[in-house]
Design a protein around this ligand. Structure first.
Ligand code: PLP
Length: 378
């Protein structure tokens, strides 16, 4: 038995030889993407690193270390616990913002790890103010205002109430005022300009502090959207922030799945669960070690690639396996143990998303924990 486990980002992972699939993460490409985003930013704006959901599934600690090497000193996570883990990995230096703010009662944990909550409501603000009072010192916070997404952040009336009550920010050191765009990936959507105006209006009521507005796609809406700090996630990880246009980012992720066995299927045979596919003629198939338990979406019609050939998925995606039609390959070209590409140069993250009825974000954050993870250019 192979005991050769390796450890990255707290995950036990199988060895390369034992793994059913290999996830390759190119940290050099990630760093280049970070540089490209910063090069796009104007007026002294800088990019933070959004590393929530374990760095969009790639490994928050490895990602954050790579970004730190590029001078990134501000990170965003969604949950307190993600912030606690990141703090212990990164040490004292960088600011770590918690996008969802703090659940009631989590203020102490956040303080111990010196997290900066994004305060999304007057309730969260009051709880943080009380924590500062108990601690006898001021505590840093970001204030999120809702400029039109109706998801998180203080509504206009709440912002006005805060602005009208000097005591409401007692002990709270506002280090950032932020808001989030609902339609940034649609540059012509009228909500973008409307949100921008509303963000300007609300921010003017609050204490002067650095401002943050743009996510990945927001960076490409132009300099009016840049403010002091951008918050890219997706684009760092190679997802196209400009849908419909050439991807200005480098791919970061590659996924190769192992062939378990190959076989010949006779004409008329049903293939996979539910027999939703029937062999119209004799065909050669390969079954690969990847399934919906690995985060591969069950719906849609993707393919694998090997030797320059497209090998379509046939039948249903199973929990741990997928069947490929490999008739396009010369006989015996593909063997058990070989790896076929399912995300990579032949079929990128955004294409996989389109083929499986989702978005690149969900493809990445769904990536399972049974892969052998190989970090390159780290
Ligand atoms: C997730 C998130 C981001 C990053 O968005 P991308 O589209 O991945 O760049 C930025 N800001 C907030 C508030 C978020 O929730």
């Amino acid at each position: 038995m192979d005991r050769n486990f390796e450890q990255t980002d707290m995950l036990r992972q199988p060895s390369l030889a034992a793994a059913g699939a290999v996830l390759t993460i190119d940290l050099g490409a990630l760093r280049e993407n970070y540089r490209r985003l910063n090069a796009r930013l104007t007026g002294g704006a800088r990019a933070a690193g959004v590393v929530k959901a374990d760095g969009y599934g790639l490994g928050a600690v490895a990602v954050a270390h790579a970004l730190q090497a590029e001078g990134c000193d501000r990170f965003f996570v969604a949950h307190v616990e993600e912030g606690v883990c990141l703090r212990s990995a990164l040490g004292d230096g960088p600011a770590i913002f918690v996008l969802n703010g703090l659940p009631p009662g989590a203020e102490g944990e956040a303080m111990v790890s010196r997290l900066t909550p994004v305060l999304n409501s007057v309730e969260q603000l009051a709880a943080w103010r009380a924590a500062a009072h108990r601690a006898g010192r001021s505590l840093p916070a970001a204030l999120q205002v809702d400029s039109g997404m109706s998801r998180l952040g203080m509504a206009a009336a709440e912002v006005e109430a805060v602005a009208g009550d000097a005591a409401s920010l007692d002990g709270v050191d506002v280090v950032l005022v932020m808001s989030h765009l609902a339609c940034a990936d649609e540059p012509h959507h009228p909500a973008n300009a409307a949100q921008l105006l509303e963000f300007e209006r609300l921010r003017a009521m609050l204490p002067a502090a650095p401002a943050s507005f743009a996510n990945s796609s927001g960076i490409f809406l132009g300099s009016a959207y840049h403010f002091d700090l951008a918050r890219p996630g997706a684009a760092l990880y190679g997802i196209n922030p400009t849908p419909g246009h050439t991807n200005p980012m480098l791919p970061v992720v590659r996924l190769d799945a192992r062939v378990i066995q190959t076989r010949t299927v006779e004409e008329g045979a049903g293939v996979g669960y539910g027999h939703i596919y029937f062999a119209a003629g004799s065909l050669r198939t390969a079954t690969i070690s990847l399934g919906y338990a690995d985060g591969w979406h069950r719906r849609g019609a993707a393919a694998a690639f090997f030797g320059g050939k497209r090998l379509p998925f046939i039948g249903r995606v199973s929990m741990d396996s997928i069947i490929l039609d490999i008739s396009a390959l010369p006989e015996s070209r593909l063997q058990a143990g070989d790896l076929v590409e399912v995300i990579g140069p032949s079929q990128d993250v955004d294409q996989v998303a389109a083929l499986t009825g989702t978005i690149g974000y969900e493809v990445l954050t769904s990536l399972g924990n049974r892969f052998h993870r190989r970090i390159v250019n780290g």
